[in-house]
Design a protein around this ligand. Structure first.
Ligand code: SAH
Length: 361
């Protein structure tokens, strides 16, 4: 049997009748192991094996009894991604990982090196159904959402590969995290657990295209993470042209929901603005932005749009970007340009597409 056929025979994580222990919170795992007749401390051990030691199988959990290991192998599963390919940027050391899931789908994640530590950009879904015109992740539609365990697995496989702790996580890879809301919250609980990776909430950013009711619910959930909002336009007509989600929620309701997030959590919201030449880089856009943000302490992150063959959208030249930033500054809008990383390996914003696009010769 080929590995391809074997992969197809493996039960899919979403349809599997087996128990998804890697997506369980510590309390849920405790209840589950108690239901198997195990003592509470076993849950701590299994949790640490998954979230701290990144065990790839139940057999590797050597301080559990043989019986329990066998029972877990029969009843439960781990996400166990296979690393299909790693590309390293010659420019800045950024690494793009292509992982294969148990059901044979592909997930991409990006690891970036900054002065303050290692940031990993993870995917929340395989594909995306939001349809943003400038983004490669949405070209093939949504395949499926990732489980919380699969979101964490991306970080764990990268740490195992590099041997270095990940200090910052941005949920800005493939997919719309608020279109996978329950798994997102679960992932945040897992990754910040003191008995697991124990990532600080301050070091996590969730980026959304702007699903208003979910922004409000997320504010109420008070997770303590930073919210980034993909704005990309200064008025509704312009936004509707490049982001289908804008037909459901107008700019005012999006910015109001972000104000609510700020009021509820005290965390400053970041607005992402992919700069597209001739579309959203005019002086007019700057004055509209300034009206939109009036009295709102926020931050604008300008990303010269990254090339995606199918979109045909281009960033302005360097002078154009500078001009736009100067105009923002003059209008009193706090803004920075996002440093481009991993563009030479199609690892930059909007370039992840979760499949093998360039065959390795
Ligand atoms: N669905 C979420 C997170 C994924 S995209 C969201 O929309 O926020 C992460 C960021 O990259 C978003 O701001 C997205 O709009 C932006 N992006 C997508 N394609 C891009 C491109 N070609 N160039 C620059 N930024 C892009």
């Amino acid at each position: 049997m080929s590995t391809e056929e074997m992969a197809q025979q493996t039960e899919t994580p979403t349809k599997s009748a087996k128990v998804d222990v890697a997506s369980m919170t510590r309390e849920e795992l405790t209840a589950y192991l108690e239901s198997l007749g195990e003592k509470r401390f076993r849950a701590e051990q299994v949790f640490a094996w998954i979230h701290e030691r990144h065990a790839a199988s139940f057999d590797a959990m050597t301080n559990l009894s043989k019986d329990l290991r066998k029972k877990l192998t029969q009843e439960a599963f781990l996400p166990s991604f296979a690393t299909e390919r790693i590309q390293t940027s010659a420019k800045d050391g950024t690494k793009k990982y292509l992982f294969k899931t148990l059901d044979g789908e592909f997930v991409e994640s990006v690891r970036m090196i900054y002065k303050h530590g290692i940031t990993v950009c993870i995917s929340s879904q395989i594909g995306c159904r939001m349809g943003c015109k400038f983004c490669a992740s949405t070209l093939g539609g949504l395949v499926r959402s990732l489980t919380a365990g699969e979101m964490a697995e991306q970080i764990y496989r990268i740490e195992e590969d590099t041997g270095e702790r990940v200090s910052n996580v941005v949920i800005m890879g493939m997919g719309e995290p608020f279109d996978n809301y329950e798994a997102l919250l679960r992932f945040l609980t897992l990754i910040t657990d003191e008995k697991g990776h124990h990532l600080s909430r301050r070091q996590i950013t969730v980026s959304t295209c702007g699903i208003v009711p979910k922004i409000r619910a997320f504010a109420d959930a008070d997770t303590g993470v930073t919210l980034a909002l993909s704005l990309h336009a200064s008025n509704d007509a312009m936004r509707r042209e490049i982001m289908p989600v804008a037909a459901a929620y107008d700019l005012k309701s999006v910015v109001d929901a972000c104000r609510y997030y700020f009021e509820k959590t005290g965390r400053r919201v970041t607005f992402e603005y992919a700069l597209i030449g001739g579309v959203n880089d005019t002086d007019w856009a700057v004055s509209e932005l300034s009206a939109l943000f009036k009295g709102f302490p926020c931050h604008l992150n300008v990303i010269p749009v990254n090339p995606v063959t199918e979109t045909g959208m281009k960033a302005p030249d360097r002078e154009g970007v500078e001009r736009f930033l100067k105009a923002l500054e003059k209008a009193g809008i706090h803004a920075t340009v996002r440093r481009e990383m991993g563009r030479d390996i199609d690892g930059a914003c909007g370039q992840l597409r979760g499949r093998v696009t360039h065959q390795i010769p």
